[in-house]
Design a protein around this ligand. Structure first.
Ligand SMILES: C[S@@+](CC[C@H](N)C(=O)[O-])C[C@H]1O[C@@H](n2cnc3c(N)ncnc32)[C@H](O)[C@@H]1O
Length: 275
């Protein structure tokens, strides 16, 4: 007989065969809590209960896929962003904690400028648009080039009760003038870095990760488009070390002011361009 307490310990050992030990420990708890519905207090109180065959099979199935590098969020089918649960599929990027910095910067800039509208470009699972719609009274629109991702974003907005106008197309093209603040976490990984990336990233959509011109192309195109369309502020999530070059490009395309926020690790993370 295998108990839930034993299953958790055994999982940590199995996961540590291909993950760093600390990650394996943390993930073993997630599998129990989020995957099987056994949170820590239930495990403390009833951890000696036998694991039924159905749960053993689920865990075996997850372990086989996880060993191949498939991210846990895709196995589970959802991920958390700003304390809300978002559906994710292999058509969408898995939300990253760094993106919270972008949302916080957007809330701050939008309130300072007294704006009542914004656009999320490259919405993916919809995390930015939905968070802004639920945390403000702004009218929020979002664009996305992948129809499959757009289906997921729409579903997340409906499940979470957010009103967002979702449109399919390239950058700002689907939106009529006048536009207000633009917020975007577009692909910014340099394709030349592909061999250095974690193997989990191979499961995420290429079109959500990579951009030409050393990862800068889509950010540059959006800064240019947003400036031409007389947008008051454009906020972008950017890659570590891209800040200097992108600030120069923003000023070169006519933005009055351009600044960088760094993340807790001290990496360039958010560019704020003001008209
Ligand atoms: C890095 S992912 C971010 C997804 C989501 N905003 C997030 O923060 O998790 C970038 C998204 O931009 C979309 N995308 C890529 N090129 C685009 C373009 N030219 N116009 C609109 N969306 C684009 C991708 O399909 C992908 O969903």
């Amino acid at each position: 007989m295998l108990t839930y307490a034993e299953l958790r310990r055994d999982l940590a050992i199995q996961l540590a065969r291909f993950l760093p030990v600390e990650e394996a420990q943390a993930e073993s708890w997630l599998w129990l809590e989020d995957g099987l519905g056994w949170d820590r207090s239930r495990l403390v109180a009833r951890g000696e209960e036998a694991v039924p065959e159905a749960d053993r099979e689920r865990v075996g199935h997850w372990l086989r896929r996880r060993r191949e590098g498939e991210p846990w969020a895709y196995l589970l089918g959802w991920s958390t962003f700003r304390d809300r649960r978002f559906k994710v599929t292999p058509a969408t990027l898995i939300p990253r904690p760094e993106t919270e910095l972008l949302v916080e910067a957007a809330l701050d800039v939008g309130r300072r400028l007294g704006l009542d509208r914004c656009v999320d470009v490259g919405t993916g699972s919809g995390i930015i648009a939905v968070s802004l719609a639920l945390e403000t009274d702004w009218a929020v629109s979002a664009t996305e080039i992948s129809p499959e991702a757009l289906v997921v974003a729409r579903e997340n907005a409906a499940t979470l009760g957010a009103t967002v106008a979702f449109l399919m197309g390239n950058l700002l093209d689907p939106l009529p003038d006048p536009l207000s603040m633009v917020v975007a976490n577009l692909p910014y990984v340099d394709p030349a870095d592909r061999p250095l990336l974690q193997r989990e990233l191979a499961f995420e959509p290429e079109t959500a990760l990579f951009a030409l011109d050393r990862g800068l192309k889509l950010s540059t195109d959006l800064l240019t488009q947003a400036r031409e369309r007389k947008v008051p502020a454009c906020l972008l999530e950017i890659g570590a070390g891209q800040g200097g070059e992108l600030c120069r490009r923003a000023l070169g395309t006519g933005w009055r002011k351009s600044m960088i926020h760094q993340d807790l690790a001290g990496h360039d993370r958010v560019l704020i361009a003001l008209a």
